[in-house]
Design a protein around this ligand. Structure first.
Ligand code: SF4
Length: 488
C-alpha cells in the first residue's frame, strides 16, 4: 500500500499510519511506487482547531473520511486525532475496531503508568483517557490500568543502580513451527554448545566484573533461550556454578531458568537448578491438545508436560506455564480445555500469548491473512482472562507484538505478588538496566531517572558470537561510559 501523508505536525509519521493499517491488514507491505492500494492523508491546524481528510483506495473502491475538532490540550493530541480519523475510515470499510484502538505501542501498561505519573491521573481517569483519546476498549483499558498499578508498586521499590542479568542459550531440542527466535536445533548446530558455553562464561564473567566496578545491585537473573535445559548436566552445572561464584545470589535475588520444552527436563537437571538457587522455572505446553502439539512441532505430549510439571513442583519450584491462543488448527473448545487443564494445576504463573505471524517462523505472513472479523481469538483471550482471574490470579505484565491475531496482547498472570516473575516487569517496563550475555542478547542500559535507555546488541547467531571474541571488551567500555554519563 502507498501512504501519502501531508502534514506539518512532527508527531504524525508514515510509520505510525502504517502501524494503524497493519491492525486491519496484518501482512500488508508498504511502498512508494504507484499502487492501486493507497491511503492519502491530510492534516492541517488552524488556531485552536484541527482538520483532517483521509482517502482510502482499495480493491477498486474509494472510502473517504473528513473530521474537524477543537484541539484538546494533552500532549500527542494531533497524533490521536489522526489515529481516530484513520480508525474511523477503516471501521467504515471493515466494521472492525481493534481492541487497543489507536494504540500501536508494545507496552500499554507502561503507557497507562505514564498517564498516572506525568498527568497525575487516578486509575478511573486513566481508563477514561485510554477509551476516549485512544479508542481502547473498556476491557483492555481496565487491563492496562490493573497492570500499571502493579508496575507502580514495583517502581516504588526501585533503587538507583539496581540491575538484572539475562543469559541467553539459543539452542533447542527441535524447532517449533511457530518459533521466530534464533534457536539452533539441528545436531550439527547443537555441536557448538560446548564452545558456546565457554564463550558465554567469559562474557558473564566480564559482566560480573563490570557490575561490581559500578557498584550495581543485582535484583534478578533470568536464563532464557531457546531452552537452557537443552544443556547437558555438566554444562548446566558449569554455568550455574560460575553464576554462584561471580554473583551474590541470595534469597533477595529472583532467579529464573526457562525449561520450556518438557522433553529437555529430567530430575538430575532440576536438582542442579535447585542446588544452585534457581527458584522459578518455566515448563511450557502452549496447548494441551496432543494433535496440535504434534502439528506445531513441539516434540512432546500433554502427558510429558504433566510429568515434567509435577517433577518441578515436587522439588519446590515456582512454575510458570505458557499457553498460545490461536495456534493453527486449535478450536475455541480445545483452547478453553487447555486453559482449564493448566489452571487445575495451579502453577505460580500462567502466561497467555496471542498467536502471531513472524517472518522467521514457518507461519509467515506470506499468502496469509487474518480474518479480523473472526471472533475465535477474542473468545480465547477473554475466556482465559476470566477463567484465570476467577481462579485467584491477577495480570501483572502485558506486551503486544506485530501481526498478532485479532491485535490482542500477551499477558502474564500470577497467583500473588511473591510468585510474580519480576524480571519480566523490570525488563518490559524499563525499570532498570538489564545486562545480557549470549548470542542474540540485548543489554538495555537505563538511566538513573529512567528517561534514557541505550541498547547494546550482541551478535545474533551463535556462530557469529563465537567469532566476535573481542566485542565484549568494547561492550564493557560502553557500559562504563553510560554509567559515567547518566549516574554522576
Ligand atoms: S522451545 Fe521456544 S525457542 Fe525453542 S523452538 Fe520452540 S518456540 Fe522456539
Amino acid at each position: 500500500m502507498k501512504i501519502v501523508l501531508n502534514t506539518n505536525d512532527a508527531t504524525v509519521s508514515e510509520r505510525y499510519i502504517e502501524a494503524l493499517v497493519l491492525l486491519y491488514f496484518p501482512c500488508e507491505k508498504f511502498g512508494k511506487g504507484s499502487s492501486d492500494k493507497c491511503l492519502d492523508i491530510l492534516i492541517s491546524r488552524e488556531k485552536d482547531s484541527i482538520y483532517g481528510k483521509a482517502l482510502l483506495t482499495f480493491d477498486g473502491k474509494k472510502t473517504e473520511k473528513q473530521m474537524k475538532e477543537y484541539l484538546p490540550e494533552y500532549s500527542g493530541a494531533v497524533k490521536c486525532f489522526c489515529g481516530k480519523m484513520i480508525i474511523s475510515l477503516l471501521n467504515e470499510r471493515t466494521g472492525y475496531i481493534p481492541p487497543w484502538g489507536i494504540m500501536t505501542g508494545v507496552k500499554p501498561a507502561r503507557f497507562a503508568l505514564g498517564l498516572m505519573i506525568d498527568e497525575g491521573l487516578a486509575p478511573p481517569q486513566v481508563c477514561e483517557a485510554l477509551e476516549k483519546r485512544y479508542l481502547v476498549s473498556p476491557e483492555k483499558a481496565a487491563l492496562a490500568v490493573e497492570v500499571a498499578e502493579f508496575d507502580k508498586k514495583v517502581l516504588n521499590r526501585y533503587k538507583e543502580r539496581d540491575y538484572s542479568l539475562y543469559i541467553g542459550i539459543p539452542f533447542c531440542p527441535g524447532r517449533c513451527r511457530y518459533c521466530s527466535f534464533v534457536s539452533y536445533a539441528t545436531p550439527q548446530l547443537k555441536a557448538l554448545l560446548p564452545e558456546y558455553t565457554d564463550a558465554l562464561l567469559k562474557e558473564v564473567s566480564m559482566l560480573s566484573e563490570t557490575a561490581r566496578s559500578l557498584n550495581l545491585k543485582l535484583k534478578s537473573v533470568y536464563i532464557g533461550g531457546g531452552t537452557p535445559t537443552v544443556l547437558e548436566e555438566k554444562q548446566l552445572e558449569k554455568l550455574l556454578e560460575m553464576l554462584n561464584n561471580n554473583f551474590e545470589l541470595n534469597q533477595n535475588v529472583e532467579f529464573t531458568c526457562e525449561a520450556g520444552r518438557p522433553d529437555t527436563i529430567n530430575k538430575k537437571k532440576l536438582e542442579l537448578l535447585k542446588k544452585y538457587g534457581v527458584g522459578r522455572i518455566s515448563v511450557n505446553t502452549q496447548t494441551t491438545n496432543d494433535s496440535i502439539l504434534s502439528s506445531v512441532g513441539r516434540g512432546h505430549t500433554f502427558s510429558d508436560y504433566i510429568k515434567a510439571y509435577h517433577m518441578a513442583e515436587e522439588l519446590g519450584f515456582s512454575v510458570n506455564t505458557d499457553l498460545i491462543a490461536g495456534l493453527p488448527g486449535e478450536s475455541t473448545e480445545s483452547f478453553r480445555k487447555s486453559v482449564d487443564d493448566v489452571v487445575s494445576l495451579l502453577p505460580g504463573n500462567i502466561t497467555v500469548h496471542a498467536f502471531s505471524l513472524k517472518k522467521s517462523s514457518e507461519y509467515t505472513c506470506e499468502g496469509r491473512r487474518f480474518d479480523i472479523s473472526d471472533d475465535k481469538i477474542a473468545d480465547m483471550i477473554s475466556y482465559s482472562y476470566k477463567k484465570i482471574t476467577d481462579s485467584g490470579y491477577f495480570p501483572y505484565y502485558i506486551y503486544r507484538q506485530k501481526n498478532t491475531e485479532g491485535n490482542f496482547e500477551n499477558t502474564g498472570y500470577t497467583r500473588d505478588e511473591f510468585s510474580a516473575g519480576l524480571y519480566n516487569v523490570y525488563m518490559m517496563e524499563g525499570f532498570h538496566t538489564v545486562l545480557a550475555a549470549g548470542a542474540g542478547a540485548a543489554t538495555k542500559l537505563v538511566s538513573k531517572d529512567l528517561s534514557n535507555t541505550r541498547k547494546i546488541y550482541n551478535p545474533k547467531y551463535p556462530y557469529e558470537y563465537l567469532r566476535a571474541a573481542d566485542y565484549i571488551y568494547k561492550k564493557k567500555e560502553n557500559i562504563i561510559r553510560f554509567y559515567a554519563e547518566q549516574y554522576n
